[in-house]
Design a protein around this ligand. Structure first.
Ligand code: CP
Length: 315
């Protein structure tokens, strides 16, 4: 199992065993503390072409906890992207300053392209700079999925055998694409709750079928709330809709409140990659089943474990 210099572009680039080795390193870091000397002298660049709170800051916290320095931009304002610089040229340049690059970009496939650019550098005798996808368009958000699976392990003690509902914008939401792919590696039941126009894309459903995953399509949370172990809410991704009228037809369609949770199992956990808009009412925050803020907190040990393994090949 080799992690050193690995790109992290799709969750499908990792096996279940590899994911579990990341979780065991993350758990050990949480329990034993972070070794501030582990990544001393390393520089990690965080190139965020799109807004972010959790992904950028938890990567920064993770890097700093292990002694690495971070270089970053948050939004392209103030960068040479504004002068027309291509993604390739930015990556070629930043790779000279970096031991790893984390990128978030509005275009599907941008992280794969960035990884290809740093791989091509090795043909010129330059060192490989691993690229980590911090979310590319509507495509994937693999490190979010790593912390989501870790959150399930922490709260449920297992992933095999559980029932997970993915609710909301399953079409444009990148977190649920990576998450569904990963759940397909486990023996889970999946409930997909969305309006018809925002159901899971056919290529993800085909993948689930190829893995023999038991899944079903639903329109309302009430159809599934009593049976699920994890209710994974998502925001309707307003910024991805090509037509505002289409967005207005589905905005606010799902809202979980304290009252909704009355129908849930005691061990159920309410998760959300965040940010939320109106799909979880603030009155649900105090329910013991609401886990989304702790889930965001799990981003630090999981991303620290990943950085350590990609940069050092171990913890
Ligand atoms: N979950 C997530 O990606 O959050 P941010 O957009 O705040 O990074």
């Amino acid at each position: 199992m080799e992690f050193r210099d690995r790109d992290v572009v799709s969750i499908r680039d990792f096996s279940r065993d590899e994911l579990e080795s990341i979780f065991s390193v993350a758990k050990k870091m949480e329990e034993e503390g972070y070794d501030r000397g582990l990544l001393r002298g390393k520089r990690i660049s965080l190139l965020f072409y799109e807004p972010s709170t959790r992904t950028r800051l938890s990567f920064e916290a993770a890097a700093n906890s292990l002694g690495a320095d971070t270089l970053w931009f948050a939004g392209v304002e103030g960068t040479s992207v504004m002068k027309g610089e291509t993604l390739k040229d930015t990556i070629e340049t930043v790779a000279n300053y970096s031991d790893a690059i984390v990128i978030r970009h509005p275009y599907d496939g941008a992280a794969r392209w960035a990884a290809e650019v740093t791989t091509r550098r090795t043909l010129r005798g330059e060192k490989k700079v691993p690229v980590i996808n911090g979310g590319d368009g509507r495509n994937e958000h693999p490190t979010q999925t790593m912390l989501d699976l870790y959150s399930i392990l922490v709260t449920q003690g297992k992933i095999d055998g559980i029932t997970v509902a993915l609710v909301g914008d399953l079409k444009y939401g990148r977190t649920v694409h990576s998450f569904a792919y990963a759940l397909g590696m486990y023996r889970c039941r999946i409930r997909l709750v969305a309006p018809e126009a925002l159901q899971m894309p056919p290529h993800v459903l085909s993948y689930l079928e190829s893995r023999g995953v038991e899944y079903s399509l639903h329109r309302s949370i009430e159809e599934v709330i009593g049976e699920v172990d994890v209710l994974y809410m998502t925001r309707i991704q307003k910024e991805r809709f090509p037509d505002e009228n289409e967005y207005n037809r589905v905005r606010g369609i799902y809202r979980v409140s304290k009252r909704t949770l009355q129908g849930a199992k005691p061990n159920m956990r309410l998760m959300h990659p965040l940010p939320r808009v109106d799909e979880i009412s603030p009155d649900a925050d105090e329910d013991f089943r609401s886990y989304y803020f702790k889930q965001a907190g799990n981003g630090v040990p999981v991303r620290a474990a990943l950085l350590a393994m990609v940069l050092e090949g171990s913890r």
